[in-house]
Design a protein around this ligand. Structure first.
Ligand SMILES: NC(=O)C1=CN([C@@H]2O[C@H](COP(=O)(O)OP(=O)(O)OC[C@H]3O[C@@H](n4cnc5c(N)ncnc54)[C@H](O)[C@@H]3O)[C@@H](O)[C@H]2O)C=CC1
Ligand SMILES: CC(C)CC(=O)C(=O)O
Ligand SMILES: [Mg+2]
Length: 354
């Protein structure tokens, strides 16, 4: 049966890298993949057209699709908007609306890129970490939130970090299941030394492991130490389980271990049978947007993850990832990787392997 992929290019470099992913999908379709690609406005582009970063129609389209591939949203043009009307609020609403609570962010260092990392080759060659980041709870969603003006004229800003046991268990379960297909090791990060909710996270993750996953080697690490350990000895990690905020920060840090933030894809998944949301982990990169030099690899590998987890085509996912690796092996490099190729030329190099 023909599956549906909804493309949400978004803003800044989002449309530039999405165009390459769309070309890759087009090539697979011409080779027999039963896939229909739809496209819709999202983020700042949607604000410009209809005053909302995510319209109810696009959310309904996303929930009806088999997979959604998002480019990136945001940028200085919309930075002055009220918070709930900003492009980033649209992305949070899309994640919540699709109930994609587990964000898989694989940080793999392709051998050809080990010298593009800011760390020495010995520390990153062969690196293969899977971040499992909680995506629909924590401080990005907790209430109360906002800024109020106090009687003395100062402002008071509040965001609330909040999790329930069931929110922790459902994402931890995905981390444990995925670890079973890897080295079987999960390291969970929080700040249980200073946050009650962090200690609860640790206890709930441990209780689930003891009750249902005794085969998994579970360790716990304070998130600040993990930030340091990721630079000191990143290959010590297999699966990293953490909350929405720490997962956002630590996975960007891991981006540099792989050579560039432009290499890191992600898959956001929820309950079985529901569509996944796929996106590069980078943002709209206003500093390079419009120049046609963004690295499209993260977007293309995100498409591969969609093929694997939502579109029932795991073999094609392997093919697409192999085409990216082959292009890198042959020396294809955008400027973030130390090269001079345009986004489109990098796309050509990837397509040459398909
Ligand atoms: N998922 C999303 O849509 C996200 C959106 N954002 C939004 O993006 C905007 C810019 O945020 P920043 O903090 O600058 O983060 P960013 O991830 O957009 O850029 C950080 C740095 O990485 C570089 N970079 C990112 N992706 C790249 C790629 N594919 N190829 C080459 N270089 C790349 C950029 O040029 C920049 O120097 C903000 O409005 C932010 O809210 C940020 C993160 C995620
Ligand atoms: C809502 C996003 C802009 C937050 C973010 O940086 C991310 O999820 O990677
Ligand atoms: Mg981020």
């Amino acid at each position: 049966m023909t599956k549906t992929l909804l493309l949400l290019p978004g803003d800044g470099i989002g449309p530039e890298v999405s165009a390459v992913a769309r070309r890759v999908a087009g090539r697979l379709i011409s080779q027999g993949l039963a896939l229909q690609v739809e496209e819709a406005l999202f983020g700042g582009a949607s604000i410009d057209a209809c005053q909302l970063p995510l319209t109810p129609e696009v959310l309904a389209q996303a929930k009806a699709a088999d997979a959604v591939l998002m480019g990136a949203v945001g940028g200085p043009k919309w930075a002055g908007q009220p918070y709930d009307k900003r492009p980033e609020a649209g992305l949070l609403a899309l994640r919540a609306g699709m109930n994609v609570y587990a964000n898989l962010r694989p940080a793999r260092c392709f051998s050809a890129l080990a010298d593009a990392s800011s760390l020495k080759r010995v520390f990153v060659d062969g690196l293969d970490i899977l971040f499992v980041r909680e995506l629909t709870g924590g401080v990005y969603f907790g209430e109360p939130r906002g800024v109020e003006t106090l009687a003395d004229g100062q402002r008071r800003g509040v965001n609330t970090h909040v999790y329930t046991t069931s929110e922790i268990h459902r994402v931890a379960r995905i981390a444990f299941e995925l670890a079973r297909g890897r080295k079987g090791e999960v390291c969970s990060a929080e700040k249980g030394n200073v946050m009650e909710a962090g200690l609860m996270w640790r206890e709930d993750v441990q209780a689930l492991r003891d009750a249902e996953y005794p085969d998994i080697k579970l360790s716990h690490m304070l998130a600040d130490n993990m930030a340091m350990q990721l630079v000191k000895n990143p290959k010590q990690f297999d699966v990293i389980l953490t909350d929405n905020l720490f997962g956002d920060i630590l996975s960007d840090e891991a981006g540099m271990l792989t050579g560039s933030l432009g290499m890191l894809p992600s898959a956001a998944i929820g309950d079985p049978g529901t569509p996944g949301l796929y996106e590069p982990i980078h943002g709209s990169a206003p500093d390079i947007a419009g120049r046609g030099v963004a690295n499209p690899c993260a977007a293309v590998i995100s498409l591969a993850m969609a093929l694997r987890y939502s579109l029932g085509a795991p073999a094609l996912a392997d093919t697409v990832e192999a085409a990216v690796e082959a292009a890198l092996d042959k020396g294809a490099r955008t400027p973030d990787l130390g090269g001079t190729m345009t986004t489109a030329a990098m796309g050509d190099a990837i397509l040459a392997g398909l």
